[in-house]
Design a protein around this ligand. Structure first.
Ligand code: TAP
Length: 486
């Protein structure tokens, strides 16, 4: 059989105009730091330096919180929901108009394939603003306040800290509901992926958003720490690792500051022997290799019924052999670059431990680029429940395969994790899907599909995956105060 190679189909980067350096976005303007240093953001695919980014100090964070407070008191907290909604609709439309620019910039700074940033990250970010724009003038009908009490009120100033895996989408998940509910925000993007948040700051200017409603402070963990520990904020909204989430919970313990924490995961993707195997294999691939596996809800533990194990694993390996790893800007690419050298080290370390613990490692043959941070799609079979690769979040393109015999065993194994963010079930029996969904301790359970997101659908975790929900009516709850006015 002749084989056909894909010709390269690179997206042009001429659509983005990256400045050599960026300041902090405070009070509606880009400003210099008060005594802060700067750091470089690079393309993880090539290690090319993209821009110099300002590292916000505690004084800068203080300025940003004060700007957010002034905007809250002066304009945004008093504005009608209908008027707030107009701004959100405007932002959503601008995101759509500039979608290509955002997608290319995201792929450059993060390393994810352009087909994902183009078809998932940016459209979902815009959809989040559209969805919450619709809520802005309907909050009192959302059933958020107890009967007979005043309509829901904003919380005030929200400090928001986000990770690097979906930089623009996580920003949208945070900023859209906060603004819809009448809050103002100070947001810190991740150190390795600040560029789309800074482009979003330009969108705020373009939309004539009142100064101070959105403030973006760039920096590393210390900047995030200064933000979540600032006495002038009313709420923390955090997405990131369980370790940092716990540190934040300790910081705000005993204060009046509220928090929603969206943390890590170790999802089970459960395949029964009556599942449509080819469809399930697509779901397994999507579940773990989408976004290089840098996904909190990634289906990183495949639980396959023993009688179907050999067929599923054989088909999975065949499908993995067709995945194309390489240039994130090539429209044919399925797996892009690992986001940072540190993350690559972590993936290598946990994979080495899995081998040492006796699991069998397999990756398809693939040529990895010589520069940048790369890891091939990898599957481990013969993994035991106690293996670290089955217990810890790898946050990379690495799948562990375990087996089960009965639905009860599948549930017991799936729930045998400190996390509880998501799960997948593949079977042709509707009654089994409902039973499994009821038994699984996971915030989201997908049935015969995986990684489906919609702004109307709440997302969040149990146990060490955090608390609070984002999206849907439930996601509004974290951004309003209800009950009688004190
Ligand atoms: P983290 O290391 O926790 O970083 C998340 C954010 O917190 C970054 O902006 C980080 O800054 C900042 N940060 C670091 N230390 C801090 C501190 N002491 N106080 C305040 N902020 C601090 O996570 P990550 O490695 O970027 O992201 C991966 C994690 O996020 C995974 O565990 C993943 O599961 C989770 N995640 C969860 C979800 C949901 S919805 N549950 C979604 C996506 C990702 P720097 O990056 O600049 O250090």
């Amino acid at each position: 059989m002749p084989t056909f190679d894909y010709a390269p189909a690179p997206e042009s980067r001429s659509v983005v105009d990256i400045r050599s350096s960026y300041g902090l976005f405070i009070g509606g303007e880009f400003t210099d730091s008060v005594g802060g240093a700067s750091f470089k953001t690079i393309s993880p695919a090539t290690e090319e330096v993209l821009a110099d980014i300002t590292e916000a100090t505690a004084d800068d964070v203080d300025r940003a919180v004060k700007a957010a407070r002034a905007a809250y008191r002066g304009v945004w907290g008093r504005m009608s929901g209908a008027d707030r909604g107009k701004y959100l609709f405007r932002i959503a439309r601008i995101l759509q108009e500039r979608a290509r620019e955002f997608a290319v910039l995201e792929s450059l700074d993060n390393g994810k394939p352009i087909k994902e940033s183009r078809d998932v990250d940016v459209p979902l970010a815009a959809a989040h603003f559209f969805y919450h724009a619709g809520w802005a003038d309907k909050l009192e009908y959302a059933g958020l306040s107890p009967a007979g009490s005043p309509p829901p009120r904003p919380v005030g100033v929200v400090g928001q800290v986000i990770p690097w895996n979906f930089p623009l989408m996580m920003l949208a998940w945070k900023i859209a509901p906060a603004l819809a509910c009448g809050n103002t925000v100070v947001l810190k993007p991740a150190e390795t992926t600040p560029l789309t948040a800074l482009l979003f700051a330009e969108v705020c200017q373009q939309a004539d958003l009142p100064p101070g409603v959105v403030n973006i402070v760039t920096g590393a963990g210390a900047t995030g720490q200064a933000l979540v520990g600032h006495p002038g904020i009313d709420k923390v909204a955090f997405t990131g690792s369980t370790e940092v989430g716990k540190a934040i919970a300790r910081t705000i313990a005993g204060t009046r500051v509220r928090a929603t924490l969206e943390l890590g995961g170790k999802a089970a993707n459960i395949v029964f022997d009556d599942a449509p195997v080819d469809q399930a294999v697509e779901g397994i691939v999507n579940g773990i290799f989408f976004n290089q596996g840098h996904v909190c809800c990634a289906g990183s533990r495949l639980l396959v019924q023993e009688s179907a194990h050999d067929e599923v694993v054989a088909k999975l390996k065949r499908r993995m052999s067709t995945l194309r790893v390489g240039d994130p800007l090539d429209k044919n690419t399925d797996l892009g670059a690992i986001n940072s050298a540190a993350q690559l080290d972590k993936i290598r370390e946990l994979s080495g431990i899995a081998e040492a613990e006796g699991a069998e490692r397999w990756s398809p043959a693939c040529d990895l680029p010589s520069r940048g941070f790369w890891f091939p799609p990898t599957v481990f079979t013969g993994v035991s429940q106690s293996s670290r690769i089955a217990q810890e979040e790898v946050f990379g393109p690495v799948l562990s395969v375990l087996t089960f015999r009965t639905p009860q065993e599948a549930v017991a194994k799936a729930n045998n994790t400190p996390y509880g963010l998501s799960a997948g079930v593949w079977t042709e029996k509707g009654s089994r899907i409902l039973w499994m969904a009821d038994q699984l301790r996971a915030g989201v359970v997908w049935a015969n599909t995986f990684n489906q997101f919609d702004p109307a659908s709440p997302f969040g975790g149990y146990k060490e995956s955090g608390y609070g929900r984002e999206g849907g009516r439930h996601g509004l709850e974290g951004y309003v105060t209800t009950g009688d006015v004190a």
